[in-house]
Ligand binder design. Structure first.
Ligand code: EPU
Length: 421
């Protein structure tokens, strides 16, 4: 079992390179299922555990893959006969495997997918995915621990209004609709940059999707799609995590090639808290402040403040000069990291989906357990600013979303090590 060990607060200075986006590459890999002609070549893939799970899901469906790790490139060949079942061991390891359902049923007329369990950050049902697919004519049979989806005679375009702009449901329905007969309109669709990246890939493959980046997506179905080359967009959450690390004390971090438009609400929070953010030709530079100001933040679907940056920003709030609030509107149970931060000296009170965090915390090192991948990052950032030794356990979560996080931090000057116990 690996642990991260951090000793005493460190000054972080330098530049950091960001990987391709985890949350973009997963649906893009699922979309390669649609390419019945020619191979897909996906570049800038992040070598994260979730990426490897999705690769295994594709292989279990009889797609052929060739990964070149040194080039961060994967070639996927979906031109052969596909099988129909995403196995239990993989889907339970990674909930996002569910996004293979839409493309698989659209391409082959049948999909059998194990049900992703609840997960650490909330119940996370898939009702919106299923309702949307049903609207496209897919017959869904729910067997409790797996779902079968049938569309023997193909899919038919329809109007689908999502009750909530779910990222996964938008992706699943969008991919299915590319091969439906006629026009599909998805309203209240998610607008995240990862959705835009998926649409860019699908349109290159020959899909006809308009409205990307807006809440209404119009898809005119086509009869088949082609494998193409695509470079995955940069990971805005990894970039944002380093921005948060840069905002503390006398840190000074340049996040190379960071995309300002993808992180506006976070940048706004950092500036209001007193960090200095500058936009340079080759990236975004964040310089810290020893006297951060308290602030109230709430999470929203994009373009609002992202839930995936919530736990990292709670560390800044704990270091700020007064009481701050964090309201979580996307997931019902994403404050588990607060119990761990409490072991490091953070005082907070939870009222429903809001926490009130007392500022002026003197963080002290402790042994803590990561509870999800963003929690892992926030505990490490807290450890970098704590007196004494911090040990972070449960690194399987960190590895889902951050490539060589300790190495990138140590290159910036942190006193951090990853050890095997
Ligand atoms: N929801 C439903 N029914 C559904 C689908 C979603 O009620 O059918 C609810 C969920 O329970 C949740 C909310 O809607 O409360 C948002 O879920 P959404 O479907 O938008 O999220 P997701 O597709 O499951 C993706 C990211 C998450 C990110 C969220 C929100 C991937 C692989 N995951 O999840 O990323 O937090 O969107 O932006 O893209 C992370 O990277 O740390 C992470 C958890």
């Amino acid at each position: 079992m690996d642990q991260i060990v951090i000793n005493d607060s460190s000054h972080l200075k330098g530049q950091v390179k960001i990987e391709g986006s985890k949350n973009a590459v997963l649906p893009i890999l699922a979309a390669t299922i649609l390419a019945s002609n020619d191979q897909s070549v996906i570049t800038n893939v992040p070598l994260l555990s979730d990426f490897y799970i999705m690769k295994s899901v594709l292989e279990s469906l009889n797609l052929k893959t060739q990964l070149n790790e040194s080039k961060n490139e994967i070639v996927v060949d979906a031109t052969g006969e596909l099988t129909h079942e995403a196995p239990f061991e993989l889907v339970t390891k990674m909930r996002a495997s569910i996004v293979v359902m839409g493309p698989l049923v659209a391409r082959t007329g049948y999909a059998k997918i194990s049900l992703p369990g609840g997960c650490a950050i909330g119940e996370r049902p898939i009702d919106l995915h299923l309702k949307g697919l049903e609207k496209l004519g897919v017959k869904i049979e729910d067997h409790g621990d797996f779902i079968e989806a049938f569309a023997k005679n193909g899919l038919i375009g329809n109007n689908i209004n999502l009750d909530f702009p779910s990222v996964g449901a938008t992706q699943n329905i969008l991919m299915a609709a590319t091969l439906a007969d006629g026009i599909t309109v998805i309203s209240n669709a998610a607008k995240e940059p990862e959705i835009i990246d998926l649409i860019n890939f699908l349109n290159k493959m020959g899909a006809k999707i308009i409205g990307k980046g807006t809440s209404t997506l119009t898809i005119t179905g086509v009869s088949s799609l082609l494998g193409v080359t695509h470079n995955v967009v940069q990971d805005r959450i990894e970039a944002g995590t380093f921005m948060v690390a840069g905002a503390i004390g006398n840190n000074d971090i340049k996040i190379l090639d960071a995309i300002k438009e993808h992180n506006e609400p976070l940048i706004d929070v950092l500036i209001k808290m007193g960090a200095s953010v500058s936009f340079e030709e080759d990236g975004i530079r964040v310089k810290g402040n020893y006297e951060l100001k308290s602030i109230n933040v709430e999470t929203e679907p994009y373009p609002g403040f992202p839930t995936d940056m919530q736990s990292q920003v709670t560390v800044l709030q704990a270091l700020s000069d007064g009481q701050s609030q964090m309201k979580e509107n996307v997931f019902e149970n994403r404050f588990m990291h607060m119990q761990e931060l409490n072991k490091m000296g953070v005082n907070f009170r939870q009222e429903g989906n809001t926490i009130k965090i007392n500022g002026s915390t003197h963080l002290k090192g402790a042994e803590v357990d990561a509870t999800d991948l963003r929690a892992a990052a926030s505990l490490i950032i807290a450890g970098l600013n704590a007196s004494g030794k911090t040990v972070v356990n449960n690194l399987k979560y960190l590895d889902r979303g951050y490539f060589k996080f300790h190495k990138k931090l140590s290159d910036l000057g942190a006193n951090i090590q990853r050890i095997s116990k």
